[in-house]
Design a protein around this ligand. Structure first.
Ligand code: SF4
Length: 206
């Protein structure tokens, strides 16, 4: 592996450990911020600003896609929700994963295309650091995209450095958000009703 690797950054705090780990392996990543999933607009602006601040603080090159695509994100995810997975979504069984599948593939696809078009050897994502994402689904998605686009997917499970990443982000004084990104995840994070409903559903599975 040469060191020309494009690192999709879901946000600055989740980038702390992966960048440290890659650099320790002799890989100098270039950050790529493409996250149309972040809502509302001011939150997206804040995370974008923090990603740039992080890159500057650690002297990492970064590419930012600043075309905010709220409507396109909602179109894509709502069409899916209203389609094959409608029933599961209502039950909160698989709705999260259906929506996230679209979200992962859009962001990883754009990253892979940019990497291919700009002569990177491989791409990866800070999403593989998060304990809150569907890791296996993202891995399979990234592998399929890599094959389709004709570029390597650099896989590493960064979750081992969960606490270290949090510590670095605090040391750097980075803004740390408290929900994943989309407007649905904000509701899921703060709605007591949804929490109750999820709990009830998962209890019923036992
Ligand atoms: S919960 Fe997170 S990963 Fe899932 S769709 Fe929303 S922003 Fe994307």
């Amino acid at each position: 592996m040469n060191n020309k690797i494009l690192l999709h950054m879901c946000c600055a705090p989740c980038s702390c450990y992966p960048v440290k780990k890659l650099r320790a392996e002799g890989i100098e990543p270039i950050g790529y911020f493409f996250n149309p999933n972040i809502h509302p607009y001011q939150e997206w602006q804040r995370r974008l600003k923090t990603a740039k601040e992080f890159a500057e603080k650690i002297s990492m090159e970064i590419v930012t896609i600043e075309n905010y695509q709220l409507r396109e994100f909602l179109n894509r995810t709502q069409n899916y929700i209203e389609g094959v997975d409608a029933e599961e979504t209502i039950k909160f069984a698989d709705g999260h994963h259906s929506r996230c599948r679209i979200c992962y593939s859009w962001r990883l696809m754009e990253t892979a295309k940019f990497a291919k078009g700009n002569n990177f050897e491989a791409f990866t994502s800070t999403l593989f650091y998060s304990k809150h994402q569907n890791h296996q689904l993202m891995k399979v998605t990234a592998e399929k995209i890599a094959e389709a686009i004709g570029i390597k997917f650099y896989y590493e499970d960064f979750r081992d450095g969960w606490q270290e990443g949090i510590d670095i982000s605090l040391e750097l004084g980075l803004y740390r958000q408290n929900y994943c990104g989309c407007i649905f995840s904000e509701e899921e994070r703060f709605s007591k009703e949804i929490h109750k409903s999820r709990k009830k559903y998962f209890k019923s599975l036992k």
